[in-house]
Design a protein around this ligand. Structure first.
Ligand SMILES: [Fe+2]
Length: 249
């Protein structure tokens, strides 16, 4: 029998990128913070969250077993507290050695067991091999989502470069933190342009702490309601992420 608290998951919003697992990266500090984040997001209309702790070859070297175990602990606590969130897991890969190792070795950690993976590109330069790498990711049966490309300097005065790299090979996901201005005016402007010009297919809170609910998530949602049609917002926050989660590799 389905859990009645999450039975309406598909009717609510889904976030494919946030740091909600306790004590694993620079996200939620402890279980209380995890639950506070989930409760706040549920109040706003979210029903499905995919925890995406950082994955790289330096500080965040844990594998899928640890992420899955933590996710299970938080889901148990969510159910016990009656918080209507279905929690899944994935990872936010940094472009680099660890990403390449997983791609060519044990396999990439995907979002909620779908075929989608979350990849963060270097912010200062764009490797010339990027189109080829995205092609290889596709050949291996995955589909990449580019996390907050608005934070990549090479795209700031050349959005066409991003659109060429992503075109048909990757999905553009803009972050609430960029839209709120957390990283300065240029990134904020680029983020809003990607949303308003229709290039962003997904929006992610990339939430790291319950404090961001009031400081970032609520004000950005308010601005989105003002600037984007209700249908487009529903597509970016609900229909598209749920569809992606249903596409198993
Ligand atoms: Fe992130």
């Amino acid at each position: 029998m389905p859990d009645p608290t999450v039975a309406d998951a598909a009717a609510g919003w889904a976030d494919l990128h946030l740091h909600v697992l306790p004590g694993i990266d620079d996200g939620a500090r402890d279980l209380q913070a995890s639950l506070e984040m989930c409760r706040g997001l549920a109040d706003l209309g979210y029903r499905r969250l995919i925890a995406t702790p950082h994955a790289d070859g330096r500080r965040h070297t844990y594998g899928p077993d640890r992420i899955q175990a933590l996710c299970g602990e938080v889901q148990t606590a969510l159910t016990a507290e009656g918080i209507p969130i279905e929690l899944g897991w994935g990872a936010e890969y940094a472009y680099g050695d660890r990403f390449h190792q997983d791609l060519t070795g044990a396999g990439l950690i995907t979002l909620g067991n779908s075929r989608y993976i979350l990849l963060e590109l270097p912010e200062q330069f764009m490797p010339a091999t990027m189109p080829q790498v995205l092609f290889e990711v596709g050949t291996a049966g995955y589909f990449p989502i580019i996390a907050h490309p608005e934070r990549c300097e090479p795209f700031h005065d050349n959005l066409d470069r991003l659109l060429q790299i992503a075109g048909g090979r990757a999905i553009i996901q803009v972050s609430f933190r960029s839209l709120a201005g957390t990283f300065g005016r240029t990134i904020k402007k680029t983020a809003w342009r990607l949303v308003e010009d229709g290039h962003a297919e997904l929006l992610a809170t990339d939430c790291h702490s319950p404090k961001e609910l009031k400081k970032i998530v609520r004000p950005v949602l308010k601005a989105l309601h003002r600037k984007v049609s209700a249908d487009r917002l529903d597509r970016m926050l609900r229909r598209t992420p749920h569809r992606m989660l249903s596409e198993i590799r």
